[in-house]
Write a protein that binds this ligand. Structure first.
Ligand code: NAD
Length: 298
C-alpha cells in the first residue's frame, strides 16, 4: 500500500480519492473547497492545510484539477510542488489539460529528477465512483510501471500512449471522434424517424451494421430507445456539453499545432459551441439531437 497526496476533490477527484482510501492506501488530501475536504475526512482521508502539506513524504501525488493554468500553478514556479518534492515521488496529473502545459510540467519534473505522467481519464463521475475509468498516460516507461500500481485501483483500462503530453493528445483525439460520432448518430436517427422509422428499430439495424458506434451501443441520444441513457432522463448529465466544449477546444489546439485540416472536428466543435451558447451547457452532450431537431423544424 502507498502513501498518496491527492489534490483536487471535485466531481471526479472526490470519488477517485475515496477509492484509494477504500483500497487501503494512506491518503492525504487538499482542495480549496472545505466541503470537499470534509467529505474525504469522513471517508478516512487526512485533510492537509495546503497542497505542499498533502504531498510531504508521499510515494504518489495525484492531481485532478480544472485546467492547464491550475496544473502549472500547482507544480511550477517558486512555491510550486516540484520545488518541494524529490526523486522518490511519482506525480500523476489526471486533469484534462492542454498538451503543451502537460509537456512543460513533464519536462520540468524530469529536470528535477521526478517521475511525471499526464494521465487524463475517459469515463465520467459514474466511472470515477465505480473505479472503472480508462487512463491515457504520457511519460516514460519506468514512470508508467509505477503509475500502473496505483491506477489499477481507480480504473480498468490503463494505456501508455507515449511520452509526456501523449495522454492529453490521446484524450483530444478520442473526444473529437466521440463528438463527431454523436452528431452523426443524431443525424442518422432523426433522418430515419422523419421517414417513419422507429428509432429503436433503426438503432438495432445500425448496431448490427457498419454504422455501429459507442453512442449507439451504450449512449443512444434518442429519448426512449435506451432506458439507461441520459436521453431517456431529460438529458441529465452524464457528460456535460460544457465539458465537451472544453475538450473540443483542447483538441482544436492540438490540431492547429500539428497543422491538420480537421474539417469534421472543427464542425463538431462549432456545433457544440452553438449548443452551449443556446443555454445547454449543463445538459448531457447527447442533447445535441435537440439542436438538430429544432433546426430541421425551424
Ligand atoms: P470540478 O470542477 O468538479 O473539480 C475541480 C476541483 O479542483 C474543485 O473541487 C476545486 O476546488 C479544486 N481546485 C481548483 N484549483 C485548486 C487548487 N489550486 N488546489 C486545490 N484544489 C483546487 O471538476 P471535475 O469534474 O472533477 O473535473 C476535473 C478534471 O477532470 C477536469 O480537468 C475535467 O476536464 C476532467 N474530466 C471530468 C469529467 C467529468 O465528467 N466531470 C470526465 C473526464 C475528465
Amino acid at each position: 500500500m502507498a502513501d498518496v497526496g491527492f489534490i483536487g476533490l471535485g466531481n471526479m477527484g472526490g470519488p477517485m480519492a475515496i477509492n484509494l482510501v477504500k483500497a487501503g492506501h494512506t491518503v492525504a488530501v487538499f482542495d480549496l473547497s472545505q466541503v470537499a475536504c470534509d467529505q474525504l475526512r469522513e471517508k478516512g482521508a487526512s485533510v492537509a492545510g495546503s497542497a505542499a502539506e498533502a504531498v510531504a513524504g508521499v510515494d504518489y501525488v495525484i492531481s485532478m484539477l480544472p485546467a492547464g493554468k491550475h496544473v502549472a500553478e500547482l507544480y511550477l514556479g517558486d512555491g510550486g510542488l516540484l520545488s518541494k518534492l524529490d526523486g522518490s515521488v511519482t506525480i500523476l496529473d489526471c486533469s484534462t489539460i492542454d498538451a503543451a502545459t502537460a509537456r512543460r510540467v513533464g519536462e520540468a519534473a524530469v529536470e528535477s529528477g521526478i517521475g511525471f505522467m499526464d494521465a487524463p481519464v475517459s469515463g465520467g463521475v459514474a466511472a470515477a465512483t465505480a473505479g472503472t475509468l480508462a487512463f491515457m498516460c504520457g511519460g516514460d516507461a519506468d514512470t508508467f510501471e509505477k503509475a500502473r500500481v496505483i491506477l489499477k485501483d481507480l480504473g480498468k483500462n490503463i494505456f501508455h500512449a507515449g511520452p509526456a503530453g501523449a495522454g492529453q493528445v490521446a484524450k483530444g483525439c478520442n473526444n473529437m471522434l466521440l463528438a463527431i460520432q454523436m452528431i452523426g448518430t443524431c443525424e442518422a436517427l432523426e433522418m430515419g424517424a422523419r421517414n417513419g422509422l422507429d428509432p429503436k428499430v433503426l438503432s438495432e439495424i445500425m448496431l448490427a451494421s457498419s454504422g455501429r458506434n459507442w453512442s449507439l451501443e451504450v449512449y443512444n441520444p434518442y429519448p426512449g430507445v435506451m432506458d439507461t441513457a441520459p436521453a431517456s432522463d431529460g438529458y441529465q448529465p452524464g457528460f456535460m456539453v460544457d465539458l465537451m466544449v472544453k475538450d473540443l477546444g483542447l483538441a482544436m489546439e492540438i490540431a492547429q499545432q500539428c497543422d491538420i485540416d480537421n474539417a469534421m472536428g472543427k464542425l463538431a466543435a462549432a456545433l457544440y459551441g452553438q449548443h452551449q451558447q443556446a443555454g445547454n451547457g449543463k445538459r448531457d452532450f447527447s442533447s445535441i439531437l435537440q439542436k438538430l431537431q429544432n433546426e430541421i423544424s425551424a
